[in-house]
Design a protein around this ligand. Structure first.
Ligand SMILES: C[S@@+](CC[C@H](N)C(=O)[O-])C[C@H]1O[C@@H](n2cnc3c(N)ncnc32)[C@H](O)[C@@H]1O
Length: 196
């Protein structure tokens, strides 16, 4: 990804959408994601979980969340955050491109802001869809950012529809509550509720 995520971990949560420290931002992400999940407790995999903000949010709602990340410092932050929230997270050091979870073991595969930077995204998406149980849900939050980095929604949708019978994209850029500020680049949620 070209980033030193271990070094970034200490300050990562300072961005409003990363740390979800502002109650309004936190509520916006809860309102976006929680209605997409099955009745708790669902088995959720948060791939590239970072400091665990979304993992904690979902665990607080009663879900059984495993967060995977390649950065030990990010996982340490997630562990601290989970403990402070009083929730149990399964935290795994590993490669989101090839997650070490059993096929068909997840009700939900969630990934925010990681797929865009992985190599061979087509193969990665295929691996992620294989982690889902029948009826499982794929939930991706990505963007095509003003920095020039990113994964356009149209391309992401095309990758997912190679392996899933259905998927929808919702644009998120017009909702400043999610980001804690106005944004003018492409940010989106892709949800696939049903398999092939
Ligand atoms: C932009 S952050 C997003 C963190 C979290 N998903 C969120 O939305 O708050 C990217 C995260 O992906 C992790 N990451 C990057 N490449 C990875 C890989 N190949 N396998 C696992 N984690 C990876 C980084 O360590 C970092 O924690």
């Amino acid at each position: 990804m070209g980033e030193d995520w271990d070094s970034a971990a200490a300050t990562f949560d300072e961005d409003a959408d990363h740390g979800l420290r502002d109650p309004a931002v936190r509520a916006a992400w809860a309102g976006l994601l929680l209605p997409l999940l099955p009745t708790a407790p669902a088995a959720v995999l948060d791939l590239g979980c970072g400091t665990g903000s979304l993992a904690v949010l979902l665990a607080e709602a009663g879900h059984r969340v495993h967060g995977l990340d390649a950065s030990p410092a990010m996982l340490a932050a997630a562990r601290t955050k989970g403990a402070a929230a009083g929730v149990r997270l399964g935290l795994v050091l590993g490669d989101a491109a090839d997650p070490p979870f059993a096929p068909g073991s997840a009700d939900v595969v969630l990934c925010r802001h990681v797929l865009w930077a992985l190599d061979d995204q087509a193969a990665v998406v295929q691996r992620w869809t294989r982690l889902l149980r029948p009826g499982g849900r794929l939930v991706l939050v990505e963007g095509d950012w003003a920095t020039g980095a990113g994964l356009p929604a149209e391309r992401c949708l095309e990758l997912v529809l190679r392996h899933r019978g259905q998927a929808t994209v919702r644009q998120l850029g017009a909702d400043p509550e999610l980001w804690g500020r106005d944004v003018d680049d492409e940010r989106y949620l892709l949800v696939s509720l049903s398999g092939p």
